[in-house]
Ligand binder design. Sequence first.
Ligand code: HEM
Ligand code: 2DC
Length: 469
Amino acid sequence: IVRPFNEIPGLWKNGVFNLYNFWKMDGFRNLHRIMVHNFNTFGPIYREKIGYYESVNIIKPEDAAILFKAEGHYPKRLKVEAWTSYRDYRNRKYGVLLKNGEDWRSNRVILNKEVISLKMLENFVPLLDDVGQDFVARVHKKIERSGQNKWTTDLSQELFKYALESVSSVLYGERLGLMLDYIDPEAQHFIDCITLMFKTTSPMLYIPPSLLRQVGAKVWLDHVAAWDGIFNQADRCIQNIYRQLRQETEASKKYPGVLASLLMLDKLSIEDIKASITELMAGGVDTTSITLLWTLYELARHPNLQEELRAEVAAARAATQGDMQEMLRRIPLVKGALKETLRLHPVAVSLQRYTAEDIIIQNYHIPAGTLVQLGLYAMGRDPKVFFRPEQYQPARWLRSETHYFKSLGFGFGPRQCLGRRIAETEMQIFLIHMLENFRVEKERHVEVQSTFELILLPDKPIILTLKPL
Ligand code: HEM
Ligand code: 2DC
């Protein structure tokens, strides 16, 4: 017999009380660990209410499959009210990240062709390869200047610049110049604004932004300032391309970038294009850079594995004479490493959908319209889902066992990450160049864990040493 919704275990009766306890446990930064704890306490399904945020949480791949089959024609995630409140407050349009329903679908279909279709890779790869080469040249220079034949540093700022340069080169078809010694202070400000935007979002998941706005709370003011900085910089980049496009007399054969392609296609309004390009630019910085930082950290902890990856890259280079698009088809272990990084260190602590129809999960009835969350961080570390989950083993993704609904770092289905192809390609190319040029080492024994600032970030600086091969 199927059990009713109200019998799902968990703490969902008193949202205010739960919010108080959550705050006492420093839950704003520990969300991922609290979710693991809750699955351990209540089992593979639990219901929860914190503040005004109510959800059903699941952890099993087979339950994820049921959820995504019930996502309907217009999949909808948790509404991040801080983000929509800012847009409403400043009268700016929603892009594909925040739109829903038919408006979302019609925009997304057009964006898919320009941003996530495999056909675009031939345009993206040369642009991203250039950025990768420049990054490596920059590290060589840093090593030379150190006079010690090595460079020991917290790479996060360098990786932010690499990520922004990469995503911008694809969006705008031209370089910002962030791999140089002196960079545009506006670009640095943009990077800082993104970090601040994420950090100030997490408290507002549980306390309505409208309330925080009324009392003039600092977190709301900081959030507005952060988005203002993001939109101003994106507006400048977009204006720049728009102007160039109008001055150009004849069409050049060279790939002009996502923005110019969308403008020339003339299927979306300029305001819609601007909104989504801004989201792509902002979504493309902390996500890939942190995933790369975690990957370098894991490779530094596993020197033998690092050599295996290096050998795979060398063989791919030799077999293809350096044709990068070909090379990308011959590096399964490098791709496995990125999946493994996202398993242990996912950017998104959970995936969520509002169900479009009634479903049954773990023998409980879940009515249509319920917010259901798949605990991605918890699933990645669950020994019932992954054999020896604590071990970093890229090869587990090569074995023929089923990976049914287990590799979900970019989400699933038509609402999955729009930047996925850019992110994957950018990260693969980065690892190829790094493995071909440097050995990565870790100083002392420092255990780094995750902290939740809307996305999951390392809780302390990761200090790495790069040595030329
Ligand atoms: C959405 C992860 C990089 C832009 C998402 C979602 C996840 C995710 C989990 C939600 C998907 C869902 O609900 O099913 C990641 C990870 C990244 C990454 C792990 C890198 C390691 C990027 C990049 C961009 C980007 C580089 C931009 C170029 C977006 C956008 C959405 C999104 C626009 C919203 C799509 C929509 O609602 O239709 N991402 N992302 N992401 N991501 Fe990413
Ligand atoms: C955060 O409980 C935890 O890709 C919440 O590139 C539920 C939730 C909802 C939406 C998720 C968010 C979490 C994590 C960050 C995500 C976001 C959707 C898109 C965003 C996963 C899991 C991200 C990082 C985008 C950001 C785009 C940018 C313009 C803000």
